[in-house]
Write a protein that binds this ligand. Structure first.
Ligand code: ADP
Ligand code: MG
Length: 378
């Protein structure tokens, strides 16, 4: 059954890939799958275009991995060989099969299966991710919590069994969530969840972490100008080859067509957004989205529709987008203002937009139904 679904998703993604193939020079857009050690990666062939603005060649490839649509675009004097993309997609695959809690052979699944039983040996990256999780949990007094797994499973948002749970079930799951009950042994490289039923879910930070590793690899391969897009989490390598900033659209959280409401200019940094539009289900009038407050056991409703974080590393942006969404506008903005080199754009349900003070003219509002406000206007 699972495989049937995977094939259905794969086919629709391939149709999507073939549909978005504009005229290109060099390689024709063909579809292919690379078979890794155990599994298939769904991806496109290279699309190669001459970019008049920067007088360089853009080589891009797309894939469907970590449950999302990935695009890697590299700007260089010549076409980027297929082998470079093979390495990039295989790196993403390695991390996906290490950290996904829905893959039953992953390290995170093994940690979860051994909750309350025994410590589990894990890779350095898993130790690092869990430590990052604990840092943001401490910063938000436990609103951000990577042991959110039982509540994520209970609500099933983004799955076929998504539904509003009973109060009893919600309260029972809430009792299993506590980031302070994760033991990390850095010498032995083990992780132990102290109580049976606890579950780590790295969904709020894994994409950012993986984007950072892809950037390291692109730089190692000798490329200096690239744009990495993991399902809307965008990480840029350098500037455009002509020293221009990259312009990245900020999604309009109220639009169902995925249109944008503003533009952010990025130079060698990352933009990550969290919002109510990413994964959700509707029940009655209410849209239940996937960012859950562990203190209420339910999706967080605080008037915020989305928040986009600009940061140097994507993992910090990813952790902060979820954390700040949970903190709400006032506390979230105060946290952003207290952190160096981190900026944010908040889009609220009432069409107001709040921008952190260091962003200056790097954010341009393009959708006129929104109004930029400041906290003092309230
Ligand atoms: P996306 O993954 O769509 O980019 P986020 O980065 O905001 O969005 O992450 C949302 C994911 O984070 C959820 O799908 C879930 O796996 C996890 N999550 C939900 N609530 C919390 C929370 N309170 N603390 C930590 N992780 C959470
Ligand atoms: Mg996040």
């Amino acid at each position: 059954m699972k495989y049937v679904k995977l094939i259905a998703v794969s086919l629709s993604f391939m149709i999507l890939l073939s549909a978005c193939s504009p005229s290109s020079t060099g390689n024709e857009q063909t579809l292919e799958s690379t078979v890794g050690e155990e599994h298939t990666i769904i991806r496109s062939a290279s699309k190669v275009t001459n970019d008049a603005q920067t007088k360089t060649i853009i080589t891009s490839q797309e894939s469907f991995q970590i449950g999302t649509h990935i695009t890697i675009k590299v700007y260089d004097d010549k076409e980027v060989p297929k082998d470079a993309f093979d390495q990039i997609f295989s790196l993403i695959d390695t991390y996906e099969y290490m950290v996904s809690k829905t893959i039953n052979t992953s390290e995170v699944t093994e940690v979860n299966n051994n909750a309350g039983l025994s410590p589990v040996n894990v890779s350095d990256s898993v130790v690092e991710l869990v430590e990052i999780g604990q840092k943001y949990a401490a910063l938000s007094d436990g609103l951000f919590d990577v042991t959110i797994g039982p509540l994520v499973d209970l609500w099933g948002i983004g799955t076929e069994h998504a539904a509003v749970p009973s109060d009893e079930a919600r309260i029972e799951s809430m009792g299993k969530i506590d980031y302070r009950k994760i033991d990390i042994d850095k010498t032995d490289k083990t992780i132990f969840l102290q109580e049976a039923g606890m579950e780590i879910d790295l969904g709020a930070i894994a994409k950012g972490f993986i984007a950072d590793r892809v950037k390291d690899l692109i730089l190692e391969l000798g490329y200096e100008h690239a744009i990495i897009n993991l399902g809307g989490n965008v990480l840029t390598v350098g500037t455009k080859p002509n020293s221009d900033a990259w312009q990245v659209g900020v999604r309009d959280p109220q639009s169902s067509s995925g249109s944008t409401m503003g533009i952010l200019k990025l130079e060698d940094n990352s933009i990550v957004s969290s919002g109510i539009y990413e994964r959700f289900f509707n029940a009655g009038e209410i849209r239940y989205h996937h960012i859950i407050n562990p203190k209420t056991g339910a999706p967080e409703f605080n008037g915020m529709y989305s928040v986009s974080i600009v940061s140097d590393t994507s993992v910090d942006g990813d952790a902060l987008s979820t954390t700040v969404f949970l903190l709400g506008l006032e506390k979230g903005l105060a946290l952003i203002e207290s952190l160096p080199n981190i900026e944010a754009v908040f889009v609220m349900e009432d069409q107001s937009v709040y921008v952190s003070s260091g962003l200056g003219d790097r954010f341009i509002l393009t959708e006129k139904s929104y109004t930029i406000k400041s906290i003092s206007d309230q």
